[in-house]
Structures are given as structure tokens and as C-alpha cells.
Unconditional design. Structure first.
Length: 504
């Protein structure tokens, strides 16, 4: 089935998210859609899937104009979507998730679970999936859950399939398996739209590439294009994609974590007997598939976790048992993994977000009154230094793009007197231009003699930044390896296989 979008325009007030976009995806083709964060890719796909109604333009399938009032209409027409955040119900079985919304019944209205099971087995057999139709989805690894999403789409006879950032939660081996599945679907005649920001994956699997910038199509490219050429199209300027760094100069002291355990309020162990050191002048990257204890590890270091056992010492000072404010006052800079929830107050201006935990400092207050002039001067300097694209200090943080919001967080944390930087998912949802900038600032921090902990699910980022890599699996560190360890070895470790030959 051929998909064609003609002149799709979508406005939100004065913001034009999609500006007369044309896109054609042919049967048996993997068409990659590239663009910066906020370029309009997701909006375009939401129009295609019936979640938004276009203000102008039309959608055609096999040259027939479509009018989708919602996702149900899109699915009926043969469009399926594999979402970045899985649309699955954990307490339902695989078969129940697949049939949800398209239930088969028998007799006097009883659900025909047997038919759903058989449908799951039939689709799974096409791709060699080993999936139990009666397994609870919540008990399945994330890679298998994604296969359930694919089965859901194919069980409804999807002829056009949209993959929205499909590798975000996968190990390298699972990513390779997904690429093979996409190629098989393509070879069977499925038209595939592949949305991703990972240039290596685009070049590996795409047949054609369309680049969107600021809501407009700015060009098409072949998979033979270099990463630098693709990044330049996305951003509109040359981008340095490699991280330049010298060999680390290691100092004494730093962060020491010993026998660390983190428990949930109900007593479940989510970080189990973790030990590592981070010395001044080095980056320790914590790698792993999301959900293996990395979030809780970071929360323990900065004092957010409620139940912590063991020791976390910074330059000899014990942090366990101290308040978050006391830990920050020890010189810990913290970039949280969710900037909107934990990093910023969207309704506050940039000037206030830059001093959120420093408003009592003499530089910014006197006699209990904020010194607005000093705050704005500080903000103007940080806006210039960190290249924050905003009208000025009074701009509300919530109105900034994702990359500029992240720069505000980075600016705040790097502007304090640091003794440790903890950066969780520092470039999540950020375009390649902002990634380049953030990586440079992290390496500059490391080179100034500060220990740095980077937690990232992006393996390319881990390898680019790390001097050493700690791999977490099910709450434990399965090994600590050099920063130049191969992707294949790291992928195996992320799946739980320790490598004693390279572990340090």
C-alpha cells in the first residue's frame, strides 16, 4: 500500500508545527524521517494516525483520499504504529493485549481467547518470535514487549507501519533483531516509516531519508550520506559528531560507593550491593537498558531515595542520611533524567530556574528579598555562555524547546562550585546540535578535575563520553569495563552476561 501525504499543515495557535509537508512512502520501502527535537515529526505522524486533524492537506492510501476521525479509522485503513512508549496493559496477557479494541466473541458474547491465541501464534511464526500468548506482558523483557506491539499492528493487517523511536529501550542485540524484522516486513511489501534520531541506524536500514527542520521538509538524502551530512541537514549547520577528549588525568578522592542497596517502600531491592569509585578527572558512565536500577542509583547519590543502605562518600564525607539540600551544598551538581518533572519549573522564568536551589545565596538575596537585578545579570551571562536560545531572562522555561530547556538545567548545575557532577540521560530528547554542546561541557567538567557520573541508555553516548563503563542489570553492576569496550560486549553485559576478562 502506498502512503502519500500532500501539503500537510498543522497549527497550534500561532505555532506552525507542520508547514505544507509532502511525503511519499512506497510499498516495500523503509522511509526514515529525520529531524531535530521539535521539528514536527511526531506531530506529522499523529496526523497520519488520526490523533490530530490537519488544518490543510490530505492523506492518500493507494491514491485514495482518507478522512481519519481517530486512530480506529487509521487502523481500519491499514495503518499501524509501534510507539516509543509501549501502549500495552501489563496485567493483561499477550493475547488479551493483541485483541484489545478488536475483540472476537463467541456464543452469547464471551471473548474468544482461543482465537486470539491462535492469531498471536500465527503472526509470531512469520518472524520466528518465541512468544507465549498467555504470558503476562508485565513479566516480559522490553525487547519482547516491543515484539508484542509489532504483533498488535500486524494482527490488524497493517500495510503501513510507523516505528516511532523504536530502539530507545533496546540492547544493541535487540536493535539488530528489530532491524532484521523491519527488513523482513519491507520484503513482504509493507511500507515502513522509521522515526529516529540515531543516524547510524538510519544509514543501516533506510531505503530513503526525508529530513524535516522547523516543520518543513528541507531535503531528502540517500543512506549513503555520511552522518555529518545528515546532521548538517537536520540542524542547518555543520555539527561535530565525535567527542574530542584527551586521556584523563586522575586525581585523589572523589566518589566512593560501597555495598549500596536501595529498597522501595515495600522492601523490594532495586539496587543490590553496588560498588564503584569515580576519581577526579574521569567520567564513569553507567550503561544499561532503562529500568535496571540506574534511576534509583542516581536518586541514592543525590539523597532522593527513601531507603538506602551502604555508603556513598564524596571526598571522605558520607552522603547517605543527608538531606538533598545538604548533598547539593557539598558540591554535587545534578542533571535529572526528566527535566520537565524534576529539572525545571515551567511557569518560572529562566532567571529563577537558574537559581532554584541557590535563592538564599548572598549573591541573589539580601534581607530575605531577592535581588532581581543580580538574578537577571547572572541569567544573561548564562544565556550567552550556554547558547540558550531565548528572548531573555524573563522567558518562561516551559516555552523553550527541549534542547534549550536542557541547556538551562546544565547551565544551573555547572555554574555552582562543583565537586561531583551526576548527569542522568543528559541528552534525552535533544537534537544533535544541542548534544554536541552538552557533550563538550561534560568533558570540560571532567578536564577541570571533577568526577563525573553519566547515566545513559544511549550506547553511542556512553562510548563517546566514558573513561570507564559500569553496566547495570537487574539492580546490580555486572562489570566495570574500559571506555573503549566494544558495543557487542556491552550489549551482552546489558542483557546480564558479565565478561570477567574485561571487567576491572
Amino acid at each position: 500500500m502506498k502512503l502519500e501525504l500532500r501539503g500537510i499543515t498543522k497549527r497550534f495557535g500561532t505555532l506552525v508545527a507542520n508547514d505544507h509537508i509532502d511525503l511519499t512512502v512506497r510499498p516495500g520501502e523503509i522511509h526514515a524521517l529525520l529531524g531535530e527535537n521539535g521539528a514536527g515529526k511526531s506531530t506529522l505522524m499523529n496526523v497520519l494516525y488520526g490523533l490530530y486533524q490537519a488544518d490543510e492537506g490530505e492523506i492518500l492510501l493507494d491514491d485514495v483520499t482518507q478522512h481519519f476521525r481517530g486512530p480506529g479509522d487509521a487502523m481500519t485503513a491499514g495503518i499501524g504504529m509501534v510507539h516509543q512508549h509501549f501502549m500495552l496493559i501489563p496485567v493483561f496477557t499477550v493475547a488479551e493485549n493483541v485483541m484489545l479494541g478488536h475483540e472476537s466473541t463467541k456464543g452469547i458474547g464471551a471473548l474468544d481467547i482461543a482465537k486470539a491465541r491462535e492469531h498471536v501464534r500465527s503472526v509470531a511464526a512469520r518472524f520466528g518470535f518465541q512468544i507465549d500468548p498467555d504470558a503476562l506482558v508485565g513479566d516480559l523483557p522490553v525487547g519482547v514487549q516491543q515484539r508484542v506491539e509489532i504483533i498488535k499492528a500486524l494482527a490488524r493487517d497493517a500495510k503501513v507501519l510507523v516505528f516511532d523511536e523504536p530502539t530507545a529501550v533496546l540492547t544493541p542485540q535487540e536493535t539488530d533483531e528489530l532491524m532484521a524484522i523491519m527488513r523482513q516486513l519491507r520484503d513482504e511489501g509493507t511500507a515502513i516509516v522509521f522515526i529516529t534520531h540515531k543516524l547510524r541506524e538510519v544509514r543501516e536500514v533506510a531505503d530513503r531519508i526525508t529530513v524535516i527542520r522547523l516543520g518543513k521538509v528541507v531535503g531528502e538524502a540517500e543512506p549513503t550520506a555520511t552522518n555529518a551530512e545528515l546532521a548538517s541537514l537536520m540542524v542547518g549547520r555543520a555539527v561535530e559528531l565525535t567527542v574530542s577528549k584527551e586521556a584523563p588525568t586522575i586525581g585523589e578522592g572523589g566518589l566512593e560507593v560501597r555495598d549500596l542497596r536501595v529498597l522501595t517502600p515495600t522492601g523490594q531491592i532495586v539496587v543490590d550491593a553496588v560498588n564503584f569509585d569515580v576519581r577526579p578527572g574521569e567520567v564513569l558512565a553507567v550503561a544499561g537498558v532503562q529500568g535496571n536500577g540506574q534511576t534509583e542509583l542516581v536518586e541514592a547519590i543525590v539523597g532522593i531515595a527513601a531507603r538506602v543502605e551502604g555508603s556513598i562518600r564524596l571526598n571522605g564525607t558520607e552522603l547517605v542520611g543527608q538531606s538533598v539540600k545538604a548533598i547539593l551544598d557539598e558540591g554535587v551538581g545534578f542533571v535529572p533524567e526528566d527535566r520537565k518533572v524534576d529539572g525545571l519549573v515551567g511557569d518560572f522564568p529562566i532567571s529563577e530556574n537558574l537559581i532554584l536551589d541557590r535563592s538564599a545565596d548572598k549573591a541573589f538575596s539580601r534581607g530575605g528579598t531577592l535581588r532581581r537585578g543580580a538574578m537577571e545579570a547572572f541569567a544573561r551571562d548564562r544565556i550567552a555562555e550556554f547558547d540558550i536560545r531565548a528572548q531573555g531572562p524573563a522567558t518562561l522555561a516551559g516555552t523553550l524547546s527541549g534542547g534549550n530547556q536542557q541547556k538551562v538545567v546544565i547551565a544551573r548545575e555547572l555554574s555552582r562550585d562543583l565537586r561531583l557532577l551526576v548527569a542522568a540521560q543528559p541528552t534525552r530528547g535533544v537534537d544533535v546540535g544541542s548534544i554536541e554542546f552538552i557533550h563538550k561541557r561534560i568533558i570540560e567538567t571532567r578536564d577541570s578535575g571533577i568526577p563525573v557520573v553519566v547515566v545513559s541508555t544511549e550506547l553511542d553516548e556512553v562510548v563517546a563520553l566514558a573513561d570507564r563503563i559500569a553496566v547495570m542489570y537487574r539492580g546490580a553492576v555486572v562489570g566495570i569495563v574500559p571506555g573503549d569496550t566494544s558495543r557487542e560486549t556491552l550489549g551482552l553485559m546489558m542483557a546480564g552476561a558479565a565478561d570477567p576478562e574485561v571487567a576491572a
